[in-house]
Design a protein around this ligand. Structure first.
Ligand code: C2E
Ligand code: MG
Ligand code: MG
Ligand code: MG
Length: 289
């Protein structure tokens, strides 16, 4: 029986591999079509200044709704697009649309776009950015590009020259998902970063676990020492926010506690809603009332 079972399991395993293979091939073909047809869309998630509780910028996040399979997460389709060599088309679309949207928002609220390591080679990023800014009239400091550690490690020399040329234009550069990647700290001071986004895995347990909180505080201190704006990703609860505010030097926060990513049409309302609230944690800061 054991032998038969083993064989059955083995067959199942191969069937699963076939399904995965065919599923991926189908996704790839459909993604190529969707990108060519301009069928991807964007959602935006606000980043708030922790002490003033005001929206400082929004991160643009790509969305793909497959006509039959429904929403496919970016964690699935972005790596596929990288593999297929079409990520730069997505980046170009995201930069253009995000910049155009941001130019409609009130005040000085900025927009952040995620850039892939492949874009350093596959795309004229400075040229794309110049064009998008010129078309929309948005000023360079309102655009931020987010790169991951892995992206800069894969293409160190190229990343350095591209990021420096963007930085010289006044574009802000953020290091995304900090702490999850390669974590050689040497490139942190070598590359022109303005912002450190600490990965949400460092935030998850801080309300219950003192060691987790201390770790977050120390990562934040590292960022502050390097004169970077320090952001915490993935803030989901008021307790996490409270712990952060009390025990870390974190300056900006992003997460479901404030808002999920939303389509562009809802952003103006969301910004004015968030800005009209005073943080319950900062009773002394209210101007009146
Ligand atoms: P990321 O750049 O670190 O973006 C933040 C991700 O965390 C988003 O997931 C966002 O929805 C999610 N998030 C925000 N707040 C919370 C929270 O409180 N709790 C939890 N659990 N998650 C939260 P999303 O949109 O699924 O994107 C995943 C990743 O896919 C992004 O991580 C980014 O690396 C990549 N990605 C998304 N859009 C693009 C794009 O246009 N271009 C490129 N190259 N990558 C993209
Ligand atoms: Mg990001
Ligand atoms: Mg991130
Ligand atoms: Mg992340």
């Amino acid at each position: 029986a054991a032998k038969g079972e083993g064989k059955g399991r083995c067959q199942l395993f191969h069937q699963q591999m076939d399904i995965d293979y065919h599923y991926r091939q189908r996704l790839k073909a459909d993604l190529r079509e969707a990108v060519a047809a301009g069928a991807l869309s964007l959602v935006f998630q606000p980043l708030l200044d922790i002490s003033s509780h005001r929206v400082v910028s929004c991160e643009a996040l790509a969305r793909w709704t497959h006509p039959e399979l429904g929403p496919i997460p970016p964690a699935t389709f972005i790596p596929l697009a990288e593999e297929m060599g079409i990520i730069s088309e997505i980046t170009a679309f995201v930069v253009r649309s995000a910049v155009a949207e941001c130019s409609q928002w009130a005040g000085e609220i900025g927009v952040a776009v995620n850039v892939s390591g492949r874009d350093f080679r596959g795309l004229d990023l400075p040229g794309l950015v110049d064009e998008a800014l010129a078309e929309s009239g948005l000023s360079a400091p309102r655009l931020e590009l987010e790169v991951t550690e892995t992206a800069v490690i894969e293409e160190t020399a190229l990343a350095q020259s591209v990021l420096e040329s963007l930085s010289a234009r006044g574009i802000s550069i953020a290091l995304d998902d900090f702490g999850t990647g390669y974590s050689s700290l040497s490139y942190l001071s070598a590359l022109p970063f303005n912002k450190l986004k600490i990965d949400r895995s460092f935030v998850q347990d801080i309300a219950e676990d003192e060691r987790a909180l201390s770790l977050l505080a120390n990562v934040a201190r590292l960022g502050r020492d390097l004169e970077l704006t320090v952001v915490a990703e993935g803030v989901e609860t008021e307790d996490q926010l409270h712990a952060m505010l009390k025990h870390t030097g974190i300056q900006q926060v992003q997460g479901y506690f404030f808002s999920r990513p939303l389509p562009a049409r809802d952003i103006a309302e969301l910004i004015s809603h968030l800005n009209s609230q005073t943080s319950p944690l900062l009773p002394a800061k209210r101007k009146h009332g």
